[in-house]
Design a protein. Structure first.
Lengths: 249, 245
């Protein structure tokens, strides 16, 4: 469904991604992990073109999307939901309108229908009673659940998550992960950049480990957690799972 | 003259009262038309200023720098004494004709060179300020919201209209109200080009019957009252800021 062919990304002198080849099947749940600055956010932001390619191709459903602009690019983006670390809810709109805006302005859906869709999505993320709440009135976990509902509004086939729980208080991470678990079981294709190894172990079909712009490891969770092949991945896992016991480098 | 003794009879009756009333009406009208024009002009100036680099943006920057960094009085004198004279003869003749439709009660006429120059001068001067206040409001909208809208398939225009501008207005509303109040108060400078607004009429009363104290007090109260009404109306009916994020 999504294919990276020799993908490079450069920001000036900075070589962020160095020749990524990757194929993701429909319905697959892929967790992307790696140290900060490794290029994992860039990897998923290339898929919905929040970043542009420097070299190579990204093929979605058999079509290379690099040259797409205007309406064609907008149509592609409605098929891909994106969830941000900082939620990025529209601050001047309540939860329901956050969800209906794109439905009405991009898909041209009538207001009544869009409202019904929004309420159905809010119920799905457990926030049926918060339709009229503004982002500033919601906790971080609630905001992120509204953001997930918003990403689902246009019925995307692909969902991209960029560290969805990294900005949350520990006690609200669970409610967001629960929504993501339900989605992972729903058959939608998911790419999740996260350090939540519990989520990765339980729900991922595959784990990608990226360091310095290269995919060092692509393995099933069982294999990845039992015996990561690459020394860099071994060290990363040790640091992540027991940070206290890892000597300062 | 012995101390501060007010004698309102010389101001609140007869010709002086009539002058104050027409002056007040003129101030209200020039403020309203000037504010409308400034708002109208601010939109394209802002659009060009935040647009892609190039001649459009340079023009907007030049416009903003020119009108924000020169005195309004000088600008009004320029529009009235220089620019007006450069208008085609036919236009000036037309303006100088009697226009019944532009006449308000009390002999206030809006189709005069003085009124047009004052409206135009206030309009372009404050367009520069309004555009900059709005731009500051736009810059205060977190960039992530634009990315969220892009990733939902929204185009630049929809993002500007439905996400950025409503929040920019909310963010910038307080300073914008300040600019509209400034516009009203600075309309007093139009007395320098002979527009018969409040300040002009106050000075006329002073030279008519020397009731300077009462005349200036009345003028001050008129400005103050108009200011308070404008401010509370604009704050009451204006957009509100929703807490950050």
């Amino acid at each position: 469904m999504i294919e990276f062919r020799g993908v490079h990304k450069r920001h000036g002198d900075l070589h962020v991604l160095k020749g990524i080849d990757l194929s993701i099947a429909r319905g697959e749940v892929v967790v992307v992990c790696g140290p900060s600055g490794s290029g994992k956010s860039t990897l998923i932001r290339l898929i919905n073109r929040l970043e542009t390619l420097s070299e190579g191709e990204i093929v979605i459903d058999g079509q290379a999307t690099a040259g797409w602009r205007g309406r064609r690019l907008q149509a592609l983006r409605t098929r891909i939901g994106f969830v941000f670390q900082q939620f990025n809810l529209y601050a001047h709109l309540d939860a329901r309108s956050n969800i209906t805006l794109a439905l009405r302005k991009v898909l041209g859906m009538p207001a009544v229908e869009a409202d019904a869709r929004a309420d159905e999505l809010l119920a799905r993320v457990g926030l049926a009673d918060k339709a009229g709440a503004f982002p500033s009135q919601l906790s971080g976990g609630q905001q992120q659940r509204v953001a997930i509902a918003r990403a689902l509004a246009t019925r995307p086939e692909i969902l991209l998550f960029d560290e969805p729980t990294s900005a949350l208080d520990p006690e609200t991470i669970g409610e967001v992960l629960a929504v993501m678990r339900e989605l992972a079981h729903s058959g939608i294709t998911m790419l999740v950049v996260t350090h939540e190894m519990g989520f990765a172990r339980e729900l991922a079909d595959r784990i990608l480990f990226i360091d310095q712009g290269t995919i060092l490891e692509s393995a099933a969770p069982a294999d990845f957690f039992r015996a990561p092949a690459h020394p860099r991945a071994q060290r990363f896992l040790r640091q992540l799972l027991s940070p206290l016991h890892e000597a300062v480098e | 003259m012995t101390g501060l003794t007010f004698d309102w009879a010389g101001v609140l009756g007869g010709l002086p009262l009539h002058w104050l009333a027409t002056g007040f009406l003129t101030t209200v009208c020039v403020t309203a038309t000037g504010a409308a024009l400034a708002t109208l002009f601010a939109v394209p100036v802002l659009g060009l200023r935040i647009g892609p680099p190039g001649p459009g943006r340079w023009t907007a920057v030049a416009f903003i720098e020119l009108f924000r960094n020169t005195p309004l009085l000088v600008q009004l004198l320029f529009w009235y004494f220089v620019a007006y004279g450069l208008l085609p003869r036919g236009w000036r003749d037309w303006i100088n004709e009697d226009h019944g439709w532009a006449a308000l009660p009390g002999g206030v006429n809006l189709a005069t060179p003085e009124f047009l120059a004052a409206t135009w001068g206030l309009g372009v001067f404050f367009a520069a300020f309004l555009a900059e206040e709005l731009r500051a409001g736009l810059l205060a909208v977190p960039k992530g919201q634009r990315e969220a809208a892009l990733s939902q398939g929204m185009g630049s225009w929809a993002i500007l209209v439905h996400i950025l501008l409503p929040q920019a207005l909310g963010n910038a509303w307080q300073p914008l109200v300040g600019q509209y109040l400034n516009l009203m108060k600075l309309s007093s400078l139009a007395t320098g080009i002979g527009l018969a607004e409040v300040t002009y009429q106050v000075r006329q009363i002073e030279s008519y019957n020397s009731h300077a104290l009462e005349a200036f007090a009345a003028g001050t109260l008129l400005y103050l009252g108009l200011s308070v009404v404008m401010e509370s109306a604009l704050l009451q009916f204006g957009p509100r800021r929703r807490g950050a994020r």
